[in-house]
Design a protein around this ligand. Structure first.
Ligand SMILES: [Zn+2]
Length: 237
């Protein structure tokens, strides 16, 4: 049994069922999820029944079928639309976030008549700034695509994580410590989602989650990794 991570915001919505599953655990049988490509493509659930029928990094749940994403260090982002009672699961790594996958999911939900202030968002287990070093060359490549608030997205000094259960990543490239959940939060608030409606569970896949959670840790220690499924659905028929 892995660690069960919960979102206070989503737990407060009685019509929503969801899970941030531990790495390596199979998702529900009737789940829909796309063939993920770090893109900004968002589709409706039926386009990915059976799973991986098409390429997508965001999936909208129109009914009671669970929609999922699989991740290692990228952000699994679960969204509940309290106005239309629809849900979405989004795979948001650095590339997909910069490509606009989160905004695309917000737009798709709002096309059905909702407004961004009715959306509740949980950012699940992902690599946190305590362990996510980016080289300066990467930063200068992506900086132009960030808006004016980007300095809050990284730290010069590696943040200490007091909740780490194993050693944090060691610096290898004299870079910066990037806060991908913070970038996602900024992009979502810019799209109109109130900050109070966004929760980051702050659970680092590298230094806090069960063994085999982190793609990056695997590249450092050859420790192996498995996908983590995160899913969400509307309760009932
Ligand atoms: Zn960490």
């Amino acid at each position: 049994m892995g660690i069960r991570v919960r979102s206070t915001l989503l737990d407060a919505l009685e019509w929503v069922d969801y899970a941030f599953q531990p790495a390596g655990e199979a998702p529900p049988d009737d789940v829909a999820y796309g063939h993920q490509r770090h893109s900004a493509t968002v589709v409706d659930d039926e386009a990915n029944v059976p799973p991986k029928s098409c390429e997508s990094d965001g999936i909208i749940g129109l009914g009671a079928r669970p929609v999922a994403v699989y991740t290692a260090d990228c952000l699994p982002v679960l969204i509940a639309d309290t106005q239309q009672r629809r849900v979405a699961a989004v795979h948001a790594g650095l590339k997909g976030t910069l490509a606009g996958v989160l905004e695309r999911a917000v737009i798709r939900l709002c096309e059905a008549g909702s407004s961004p202030d009715g959306l509740y968002v949980a950012i699940g287990p992902a690599i946190a700034p305590c362990c996510y070093e980016l080289g300066e060359e990467m930063l200068s490549a992506i900086a132009p695509t960030l808006s004016g608030s980007q300095p809050s997205c990284w730290h010069r000094e590696q943040p200490h994580n007091p909740l780490a259960v194993r050693p944090q990543a060691k610096a290898t490239r004299n870079g910066v410590w990037f806060d991908l959940p913070q970038l996602a939060t900024l992009r979502l608030t810019a799209a109109g989602v109130p900050a109070a409606n966004i929760e980051n569970v702050s659970f680092c896949t590298y230094c806090m989650a069960e063994t085999g959670s982190s793609y990056r840790r695997n590249t450092h220690f050859n420790s192996g990794y498995q996908s983590r499924f995160s899913w969400i659905r509307r309760r009932g028929g």
